[in-house]
Design a protein around this ligand. Structure first.
Ligand code: SAM
Length: 283
C-alpha cells in the first residue's frame, strides 16, 4: 500500500516509524510518504490559512495548497465514468456493517464504486463518518491512501467538493471531541488499518477474536491472563488450566458476552440482545 499523509506538522507523524507500522514500512508492505503542506505554497511566508468568509473566530486552511498537493499526489485519478469493477471483500468487516446489512463497499455511491482501485482520500474532521474497525478492515485492502490533516477551523470546503469528482473521499472522525489537528487522528487510523494489512501481523488468528472484530460477533474481548497463576492474591480462573479447548472457548464466549452487555450493550448482536432481554423480563 502507498500511504501519503499531508500535514503542516510532518514531524508529528514520526511515531509511525515505530512498532508495527514501522515494521510494515521497513518490510515494504507500506510505502509511507509524509508531506509538508507548505511545500505547495508560493508566498514568502508559506501561508496555508486565511480569515473565514462570513466572519467568525479562527482561520481556515486555504484551498490552493491542498488542491496542488492532491494534484501532485493523485495525478492520474480516473474519471467517475470508469467501469465498475467487482467490489473487494474486506478482511475485517465489523459489527456496525453487519447490523446495517452492509458489506462495507456496497454502501458506497455509484460514483464511489466507479472509482474502486483509485486512490482514496481520507480527510480528518470531527464532522466526519465515525471511524470503526470495519472501516479499518476496508482501508487495509486499499492500494493508495492519502490522509489530509486539517488545522485551525478546518480546510476550505471546496477542497473536498473538488476532490470528490476525481477520487474516492471519506471524511473521517475518530470520536465526538475536537482535537487541535488531524495528525493525532491520522496516527490512530493508520495504526488501526496497518495491523490489518495481510502479512503485517505474524499470526492473523490473533486478529480474529479481538474486540469489535466480525469474527468475534463484534463483541468485546474476554479477559486475558498470563503467568503467574496467582498474583497479589488474585487467581487465574481454573477453567484456563483445564486443557478442555471446547470448555475454554465456551467460557471465553460467556465472558465476552457479559463484558459487552455490561459495558457496551449497543454492540451486542441482535439475537443475543433478544435472549438477554427475554431472560431479564422472565426473571
Ligand atoms: N472547526 C472544526 C469543527 O468544529 O468541526 C474543528 C477544527 S479542529 C480544531 C482542527 C482539525 O483537527 C480538523 O480540521 C481535523 O483535521 C482535526 N480534528 C479535530 N477533531 C477531530 C476528530 N474528532 N477526528 C478527526 N479529526 C479531527
Amino acid at each position: 500500500m502507498r500511504l501519503d499523509i499531508v500535514s503542516i506538522f510532518p514531524d508529528y507523524l514520526a511515531p509511525l516509524s515505530l512498532s508495527l507500522p514501522g515494521k510494515a514500512i521497513e518490510s515494504g508492505l507500506v510505502d509511507l510518504r509524509v508531506h509538508d503542506l507548505r511545500r505547495w505554497t508560493h508566498d514568502r511566508h508559506r501561508t496555508v490559512d486565511d480569515t473565514p468568509y462570513g466572519g467568525g473566530a479562527g482561520m481556515v486552511m486555504k484551498p490552493e495548497p491542498w488542491g496542488e498537493a492532491l494534484d501532485e499526489l493523485v495525478p492520474d485519478a480516473p474519471v467517475p465514468d470508469a467501469p465498475v469493477p467487482d467490489a473487494p471483500v474486506p478482511a475485517q468487516l465489523g459489527r456496525d456493517d453487519e447490523l446495517q446489512g452492509n458489506q462495507a463497499p456496497d454502501d458506497r455511491s455509484q460514483d464511489d464504486r466507479a472509482l474502486v482501485g483509485a486512490p482514496r482520500l481520507l480527510v480528518m474532521t470531527p464532522s466526519g463518518r465515525p471511524f470503526t474497525q470495519a472501516l479499518a478492515g476496508e482501508l487495509a485492502l486499499e492500494r493508495h491512501l492519502v490522509i489530509a490533516c486539517g488545522r485551525y477551523e478546518g480546510i476550505d470546503a471546496r477542497v473536498v467538493e473538488h476532490a470528490r469528482a476525481r477520487m474516492r473521499v471519506d471524511e473521517i472522525s475518530i470520536g465526538d471531541y475536537v482535537l487541535n489537528g488531524g495528525e493525532a487522528a491520522a496516527l490512530v487510523i493508520t495504526e488501526a488499518f496497518v495491523r490489518l494489512i495481510p502479512g503485517v501481523i505474524g499470526n492473523p488468528e490473533s486478529l480474529a477474536e479481538e474486540s469489535h472484530s466480525a469474527g468475534h460477533d463484534g463483541l468485546l474481548e474476554y479477559p486475558v491472563y498470563t503467568k503467574p497463576p496467582s498474583w497479589r492474591g488474585l487467581q487465574v480462573p481454573d477453567i484456563l488450566f483445564s486443557g478442555h479447548h471446547g470448555e475454554i472457548a465456551r467460557w471465553r464466549r460467556e465472558q465476552a458476552v457479559e463484558k459487552t452487555r455490561a459495558r457496551r450493550p449497543d454492540l451486542l448482536p441482535a439475537e443475543l440482545r433478544e435472549i438477554i432481554v427475554g431472560e431479564a423480563t422472565s426473571s
